[in-house]
Design a binder for this molecule. Structure first.
Ligand SMILES: Nc1nc2c(c(=O)[nH]1)N[C@@H](CN(C=O)c1ccc(C(=O)N[C@@H](CCC(=O)O)C(=O)O)cc1)CN2
Ligand SMILES: NCC(=O)N[C@@H]1O[C@H](COP(=O)([O-])[O-])[C@@H](O)[C@H]1O
Length: 190
């Protein structure tokens, strides 16, 4: 069974979607480890509730956070790492050594890169009066949002779309897309 680690900075809504899919036997993967840079992240409580080991790793806890992350990924035998709203840039050592996958709440290559995360993405899409947005799931390389695109799903914006309504739409789409992506991985059709 594929062993998957999750990195998240806040709620980890994508992680929760994967966990639900595993419980419903839609996915045959093993979520073995959760790491957050944020000691207050609610994803840590979710992981504890699910009985999944979880750790806080940041510049306060470790002199070299990414080195500690790599050690844990090896210790837990992680074959894939999923970034579920993780807000820190990962080192090139990490991105070269591990299969890391990220979900970005826009149609890359637009609306990506430094400063483009969370609500900031939806604010920019609305400000530019786009008529569509979506989710991009991609491999992670040493730069923000430039890895190979694995899956993209689109959504049409309504005339009166707000940042809140778009964020809700995108998160729902993301949770579906992430499960679809891991189905492809476990069926080795990726
Ligand atoms: N090496 C990589 N690391 C990360 C990637 C990546 O593609 N390559 N993806 C990000 C996730 N992400 C977009 O999908 C993203 C997250 C955060 C930022 C950003 O600008 N962050 C701010 C700091 C924000 C904070 O501290 O809360 C910054 O760097 O100034 C851009 C894109 C995860 N890591
Ligand atoms: N650039 C990365 C990025 O913006 N990721 C986005 O952060 C949100 C985290 O929400 P959550 O904490 O509720 O899961 C998610 O929508 C995810 O796509």
């Amino acid at each position: 069974m594929i062993r998957v680690a999750v990195l998240a900075s806040h709620n980890g809504s994508g992680f929760n979607a994967l966990y639900e899919a595993v419980i419903k036997k839609e996915l045959n993967i093993e979520l073995v480890l959760v790491i957050s840079n944020n000691q207050n992240a609610s994803v840590l409580q979710s992981a504890s509730d699910y009985g999944i080991d979880n750790f806080v790793i940041n510049s306060k806890t470790d002199a070299n956070p990414d080195e500690k992350i790599a050690l844990l990924l090896k210790e837990y035998g992680c074959e894939y790492v999923f970034l579920s709203g993780y807000m820190k840039k990962l080192s090139s050592d990490l991105t070269r050594e591990f299969n890391i996958i990220n979900s970005h709440p826009a149609l890359l290559p637009r609306y990506g890169g430094e400063g483009m995360y969370g609500r900031k993405v939806h604010e920019a899409v609305i400000k530019n009066r786009e008529n569509e947005s979506g989710v991009t799931i991609h491999r992670v390389n040493e730069n923000y949002d430039e890895g190979e695109i694995l899956l993209q799903t689109r959504v049409t914006l309504s005339e009166d779309e707000s940042v809140d309504s778009l964020e809700t739409k995108i998160k729902k789409l993301e949770q579906i897309s992430i499960v679809e992506l891991f189905k492809k991985i476990q069926e080795s059709t990726l």
